[in-house]
Design a protein around this ligand. Structure first.
Ligand SMILES: *Cc1c(COP(=O)(O)O)cnc(C)c1O
Length: 420
């Protein structure tokens, strides 16, 4: 019996010290994942690059850790790029994404010499050419291709199917026109292609199918236009453990499959393998985070269910209401006690859909207990809102028994800061 200890830190003490809800992020876990990527992918294969998909979780300290661990970073907005700039992140290791980049964002990317811009559509290509010309630069780009692979995941996080808002469809005519256009531009250097088939994938099959399709495209483009693909960015999407059903696979399960498929295809067609980029987000940081809440109301509806109210919910973790994401949790101050009840954890927002966990097994609980929800490192803090004017929680980083406050809890004044 006792308190939940996370990377050597007592979570109940953290909850007391900083208040709840509270995001607690393990630096050690992130560092371990980065090391695994270096050992089993970057050091194992030549001509490779790993970029962290920063949308999963980004604060300046995270960007510093990623920089120190030798990975690159993918950004999808001016705000994410701004964060990278603030910590002197090496700009040649930045990959800039987005299906509707503004002129302002494109200017920002080009002025700061980001390593690669991933072009989502032809409109954007013109914008990049004009902007690069204005600043007298040459912009390296990849085309985002939707390979027409249906990934086995929730439809809101599928991105590789033909009917997608992202990317250029894998249609020979469309792509030939786009490539022809790009290779004739003076301020754009087309390096190759990018695909991202979806998120929270547990199988490598989708990547293999996508590579086959792209390899065929590479071959066609070489024969028809003499275009040599120098880089292939295979996106992210590696699944992690949220509940008991599925567990995180080692990075090599995905990357070995990607590399061997691509090497085979290249050998068959007689061309040199392009540089390969991977973009894991959730896989690096998802399981690194937990969220602590304080339990308030407990309402038993006899014969139906017991609702247990916590002091956060969809503003700090929108994923259950957004895509029916499943989470596991534990009563942090009653670890080891016998689980005798099944309850539903409800958030405090005025939405019936604001349910964090259905049917969680718990010991005897009472108001004031601390609930820890696991695997909240990715797409929680980064997706947090002020719905119902709840202040965003603080972020504490833990490592080897030490903790440090990285982001202060918002105040009501913070919420109103920009009101005139
Ligand atoms: C979201 C995203 C990723 C990362 O997805 P994860 O599921 O967090 O690994 C990588 N690349 C692109 C283009 C993305 O949009």
């Amino acid at each position: 019996m006792g308190n939940l200890v996370f990377e050597g830190c007592d979570t109940v003490e953290l909850a007391k010290k900083y208040g709840t809800p509270l995001y607690v992020i393990s630096e050690d876990y992130i560092v371990d994942r980065c090391r695994e990527i270096r050992e089993d992918f970057l050091d194992k294969y030549e001509k490779t690059m790993a970029v962290y998909a920063s949308k999963a979780f980004l604060i300046k300290e995270m960007a510093r850790i990623i920089k120190r661990e030798g990975l690159g970073m993918d950004v999808v907005s001016g705000g994410e790029l701004y964060t990278a700039i603030q910590v002197d992140f090496p700009m040649d290791k930045i990959v800039f994404h987005g299906n509707n980049k503004s002129l302002y964002e494109i200017e920002m990317a080009i002025k700061n010499d980001v390593g690669r811009i991933v072009v989502d559509n032809i409109t954007e290509l013109d914008l990049i050419e004009r902007t690069a010309s204005k600043y007298n630069k040459i912009s390296s780009v990849l085309f985002r291709i939707t390979p027409g692979v249906d990934a086995h995941t929730h439809k809101y996080i599928q991105t590789g199917q033909v009917d997608s808002k992202f990317g250029i469809p894998l249609n020979e005519d469309i792509i030939n026109i786009a490539v022809k256009k790009a290779i004739n531009l003076d301020h754009v250097k087309l390096l190759g292609f990018h695909f991202h088939i979806g998120s929270q994938l547990y199988e490598n099959r989708g990547y293999i199918l996508a590579i086959r399709k792209i390899a065929y495209l590479m071959k066609q483009l070489k024969e028809q236009l003499g275009f040599i693909t120098k880089e292939l960015n295979t996106g992210g999407g590696y699944g992690i453990q949220y509940s008991g059903d599925e567990s995180r696979k080692p990075i090599k399960y995905f990357t070995d499959a990607i590399m061997s498929e691509l090497e085979n295809e290249c050998k068959k067609s007689g061309f040199e393998r392009p540089l390969v980029i991977i973009e894991p987000g959730r896989w690096i940081v998802g399981e690194a985070g937990i969220t602590l809440y304080t339990i308030g109301s407990i309402k038993e509806i006899p014969g139906v269910r017991t609702y247990v109210g916590v002091d956060g919910g969809m503003p700090d973790n929108p994923r259950p209401s957004l895509y029916e994401a499943k989470y596991e949790g534990i009563i942090a101050n009653k670890v080891g006690e016998k689980l005798i009840n099944t309850v539903t954890i409800a958030g405090k927002c005025c939405e019936s859909g604001d349910i964090l966990i259905q049917d969680l097994k718990v010991p005897k609980i009472e108001s004031g207990d601390v609930l820890a929800v696991f695997s909240t490192g990715a797409y929680n803090y980064s997706m947090a809102s002020n719905y119902n004017r709840l202040p965003k929680p603080a972020v504490v980083m833990v490592s080897q028994g030490e903790y440090r406050l990285m982001v202060k809890r918002e105040t009501y004044e913070d919420i109103m800061r920009n009101e005139l």
